[in-house]
Design a protein. Structure first.
Length: 871
């Protein structure tokens, strides 16, 4: 499904998403001056290659100003207890850690080091605070962390993460209270010629939000109030700060005006900071809103929100509906869009998967489908419409949330949700009340389970009644202009960020040509693969009858008799098997089960990738399969049982105790295993130490691969060929060469072939004065993996196929290749990548293929494509 763009090196403005977080708990307003105090020049600080910082991981989302089909931007930051904000460069795996306090080790790019070490000008007067100036009384930041935050902001650099270790759960991860009142500290920033609204208008804005969400959450949010309110001119910017283009700095500054830090608003339940910016205050910044977002948030979470007050035909500030949208992000809601696959010819189960392209550009795997990320006009989490009359009054009421969002907030009782599967009958008729109903017994939401994939399609009825009686889709004069109307809707939740899409259907005879997000009576939604249909057979103001019809189960139909294919000794039948488990640990166990018998095994953390990247060479040298653990206590029983079942005698742990804790080591020792640990001061030294051990443990190493240690794809491909290429792996820090790796290449490599995989590693290696004899650099991770695999394909015995968008299953799959003279190819989850197909169908490719992971990692459609390609 559509995933918002994430910028690697980005303006810190990009802590974005059309969401707003609200106010601080009512406390005495800090005695802050009208102008920010002056600050002495920050001291020059020498920063190390890596630095560990503790704080709360926050995801911020930003939305376009005018175009519902435009992509939003998602950025990640770490907020320290002192109020410092550090932009982070991470993978999708951070989503589950959002809203959680963690110890984050970051790599410090050279540009940030240079800025921190350079003497700076004294920024005084109204230029605003330094990176840490918004900290509350008594808080004192570590000088290195403060310098890191300042330099990252000034250079607009996102810091690559080396390791993320949760230290405790955030207050936002607990179950939400039965009823909570949300409080907002509000600051209104005026344009040079503008005036701020009075307190009563802000009270109405926040009060309207409370009333809306009280209804949408069935009372879990009781009300919303203003704690403190102040207005000021937009603060001036300088070389050190840019309040117009940098929301992180603007939020820090605003928090300081209330005597608080951003940590206070992000960790205190039901407490928000709201920054409203008057039209004209920052002409160059055109977004409508920004907000914090967390996968772990609940209906009583807090956070930060930025809101544009456009005025004019947008109406008075108290009618602003973007505020409703942004607040939804604070309490975990994603966007509501539409997905149109009505002209699609390639069935992939109504999900638009985006794949890596050049820079930030993403392209759909099925170009026949069109998605509008904010295109649902019947939901406040879509593109908020607020038609205004000539006298400035709204012509409609805010639309209700869709049923998936309301279910997430606990507002739809379980007794009113009907789960429909094929086992319940090929045709099922269900009576459905409007989604805005308050009934505790009638069916308000139908969940259709796809018979093959298990994915859930939600069916709701938007009748234009109750809270939606004057919503835009229910007002004919408005709805006609946006192709909306009451009706049954089919929705899907996407894989990331809790976004939802409404699936469109083609026009009926007599309708204006187009594709509609609602089902009229006797119109039909059909899943792209034809597995089921949804057809409303009757609709009224009080309810709808919906028919769910499943296609015949192919397994139940008699198979047509086919003559057996003649044996072809030159093209034997392919041996294709999927190896997977219920989670990354179980999948690793399944993959390790195909490794040759050996008394040796390797154990690495499954929570991060660096330590396991270099483990391929060691796995090959010792014929040792790789197992993963995510435990913070004793080793998982399933892993222990697997080790005992294969009669392992020695376990080699790769990584320090921060990755695989001492308690896991102790449980192995107690179970009778010999245990050793290979680690280092950081990921680079750990990789070098692992490779040294591989060089003395195996039959001989001919090649040293250098890969980027700040990302996993290139390292997975290189590590997987450790057996067939007789190689080991060492790591770079992006485009720089760490001391540990330089030492290994200088003193330990000897006359072995020097190979690099990936563009960043190639730059680092050559910049450090080394001359690689083999270079494998593709335009994408998929192409780099193809280049590596193709080089050693003729000597390999199997191909392992793994997802290129997440690392856990690929780590284990690469290790399986490393002990079985195999190679690894990467694919997109929903469609077989052309690069993987090219390797699988090459004349030298082996006929043994293993798919690493379940269908959420590598879909059934990809498996089918593999089988068709080979058979």
């Amino acid at each position: 499904m559509h995933t918002p763009r994430r910028r690697g090196r980005a303006l810190v403005t990009s802590l974005l998403c059309l969401a707003l977080l609200g106010a601080a708990a009512p406390a005495a307003l800090a005695d802050t001056p009208e102008e920010a105090p002056g600050h002495g020049a920050p001291a020059a600080v020498a920063l190390p290659d890596t630095l560990q910082v503790t704080g709360v991981i926050t995801i911020t989302r930003a939305d376009p100003a005018t175009d519902p089909s435009q992509e939003g931007v998602v950025e990640v930051s770490l907020t320290t207890p002192e109020g410092l904000v550090l932009p982070l460069e991470v993978g999708e795996e951070v989503i589950d850690a959002s809203g959680v306090q963690a110890a984050v080790t970051v790599s410090v790019p050279d540009a940030v080091k240079d800025e921190a070490a350079a003497p700076t000008q004294d920024t005084t007067g109204d230029a605003g605070p330094s990176a840490g100036d918004s900290s509350s009384e008594g808080a004192s930041a570590d000088p290195q962390v403060e310098a890191l935050a300042r330099a990252a902001l000034v250079t607009e650099t996102a810091l690559p993460t080396v390791e993320i270790t949760p230290t405790q759960e955030s207050s936002t991860t607990r179950a939400a209270a039965q009823a909570s009142t949300h409080t907002f500290d509000v600051i209104y920033l005026t344009s040079p010629t503008g005036a701020a609204p009075d307190r009563s208008a802000i009270d109405r804005l926040v009060g309207n939000l409370g009333s809306y969400y009280k209804a949408e959450t069935a009372g879990k949010i009781a009300a919303a109030t203003v704690g403190n309110y102040r207005s000021e001119p937009m603060p001036a910017s300088s070389d050190q700060v840019n309040y117009c283009l940098n929301p992180a700095q603007r939020w820090q500054w605003a928090a300081g005006r209330f005597g608080q830090t951003m940590d206070h608003y992000r960790r205190t339940p039901s407490t928000h900071l709201l920054v409203i910016q008057q039209n004209g205050a920052c002409p160059s910044f055109t977004a409508e809103g920004l907000a914090d977002w967390s996968a772990a948030a609940t209906s009583d979470s807090g956070g930060a929100i930025w809101l544009a007050d456009r005025g004019g035909n947008h109406g008075a500030i108290e009618h602003n509906r973007v505020f409703l949208h942004e607040f939804g992000h604070n309490i975990s809601l994603g966007h509501s869009g539409t997905l149109d696959c009505t002209t699609a010819t390639v069935p992939y189960l109504d999900t638009r998967a985006f794949t890596e392209g050049s820079g930030d550009v993403s392209t759909p795997t099925n170009p026949d489908c069109r998605q509008a990320p904010y295109g649902d006009r019947a939901d406040s989490m879509g593109f908020p419409l607020n038609p205004i009359s000539a006298d400035g009054q709204p012509l409609s009421t805010p639309t209700s949330l869709n049923s998936i969002h309301r279910k997430r907030l606990g507002a739809i009782p379980a007794a009113t949700i009907r789960r429909v599967t094929r086992s319940g009958g090929a045709v099922q008729d269900i009576d459905l009340v409007p989604s805005t109903s308050t009934s505790s017994t009638a069916t308000r939401l139908v969940e259709v389970v796809h018979p093959d994939t298990g994915k859930v399609y939600s069916v709701e009825y938007r009748a234009g009644q109750d809270r939606d009686a004057r919503a835009v889709y229910a007002v004919p004069s408005i709805a006609a202009g946006i192709s909306e109307a009451p009706g049954v809707r089919v929705l899907r939740e996407v894989e990331h960020y809790h976004d939802v899409v409404t699936l469109r259907r083609p026009a009926l005879a007599g309708e204006v040509p187009g594709n509609y997000p609602w089902l009229a009576t006797n119109s039909t939604f059909t899943a792209l693969d034809g597995a089921f249909t949804v057809t409303p057979t009757a609709q009224s103001l009080t309810g709808a009858r919906v028919r769910i019809a499943f296609a015949a189960n192919p397994a139940e139909a008699p198979a047509a008799a086919e003559p057996p294919a003649p044996a072809d000794p030159l093209n034997p039948a392919a041996d294709i098997k999927r190896l997977w488990g219920t989670d990354r640990v179980a999948t690793a166990i399944a993959l390790a089960g195909e490794a040759p018998a050996s008394p040796e095994v390797i154990l690495a953390t499954g929570r991060d990738f660096p330590d396991a990247l270099a483990a391929g060479g060691l796995a090959s040298a010792m014929l040792a399969p790789l197992y993963l653990t995510t435990s913070t206590g004793a080793l998982e029983p399933a892993v222990l049982q697997a080790l005992q079942a294969r009669e392992a005698r020695r376990v080699t742990i790769v990584g320090g105790t921060g990755a695989v804790p001492a308690s896991v080591e102790a449980s192995l020792t107690k179970a009778g295993f010999k245990v050793r640990r290979i680690a280092g001061g950081d990921r680079f030294q750990t990789a070098a130490n692992i490779s040294r051990e591989a060089m003395v443990s195996g039959p001989g190493v001919d090649r040293v691969f250098v890969v980027n240690g700040m990302s996993y794809p290139d390292g997975l491909a290189a590590g997987a060929v450790s057996d067939v290429a007789r190689s080991v792996v060492v790591l770079t820090n992006g485009t720089s060469m760490p001391a540990a790796t330089r030492t290994f290449l200088t003193k330990d490599r000897g006359q072995r072939i020097l190979a690099v995989a990936g563009g960043l590693a190639n730059t680092a290696t050559r910049s450090a004065g080394f001359a690689p004899q083999e270079t494998y650099v593709g335009q994408t991770r998929y192409e780099t993996a193809k280049l590596v695999a193709s080089r050693f394909l003729a000597d390999s015995s199997r191909v392992v196929v793994a997802s290129g968008t997440n690392f856990p299953d690929a780590l284990s799959g690469g290790a399986l290749a490393a002990v079985n003279t195999g190679v690894l190819v990467l694919t997109r989850p929903e469609t077989l990548s052309p690069e993987a197909r090219a390797v699988l169908t090459h004349k030298d490719a082996p006929r043994t293929v293993r798919i690493a992971g379940g269908t959420s990692a590598v879909s059934s459609a990809v498996e089918t494509a593999i089988r068709r390609a080979l058979n």
